[in-house]
Design a protein around this ligand. Structure first.
Ligand code: AMP
Length: 125
């Protein structure tokens, strides 16, 4: 079910629970700012989610209110994960859904990282 991009942060969303270790995840990266793990329903040979540790609901929320070190830490983490997974040379796609029109399902900011095959056009027409 899609969720709105705005509103209070829900501490019981599934990614908050993954961050607290209440739900298992296949982690590929973690540091002080971010955690990356395999998507449970992969849409490409590589489909990893990168999430900030902070309580941010959407990109706009994060961009407007997070501290500069946290923003830098998260952006660097996304790049580091792409590098560590060997995707820089073949290429990869980043995608962040926000709100109803984008069909955001989990109300904790996350960037999808896709790779491992030619990914085709950006959006289905
Ligand atoms: P979005 O539509 O951008 O909110 O995407 C949410 C993503 O989270 C989907 O691709 C789901 O497959 C993924 N997802 C949901 N629950 C889990 C979980 N427990 N572990 C890993 N990925 C999950």
């Amino acid at each position: 079910m899609a969720v709105a991009a705005t509103g209070d942060y829900d501490d019981n969303n599934i990614f908050a629970r993954i961050l607290r270790g209440e739900i298992p995840s296949q982690r590929v990266f973690e540091n002080d700012w971010a955690v990356a793990f395999h998507d449970i329903n992969p849409q490409a040979p590589v489909h990893v989610l990168v999430i900030p540790r902070g309580r941010w609901r959407s990109w706009a929320d994060f961009a407007a209110r997070a501290g500069e070190a946290e923003i830098a830490g998260f952006v660097r983490a996304v790049g580091q994960v792409a590098h560590d997974l060997g995707l820089e040379e073949p290429g990869y796609r980043l995608l962040a859904n926000a709100g109803l029109d984008a069909h955001q399902e989990v109300p904790h900011l996350h960037v999808h990282l896709f790779g491992g095959r030619p990914l085709g056009p950006m959006l289905a027409r």
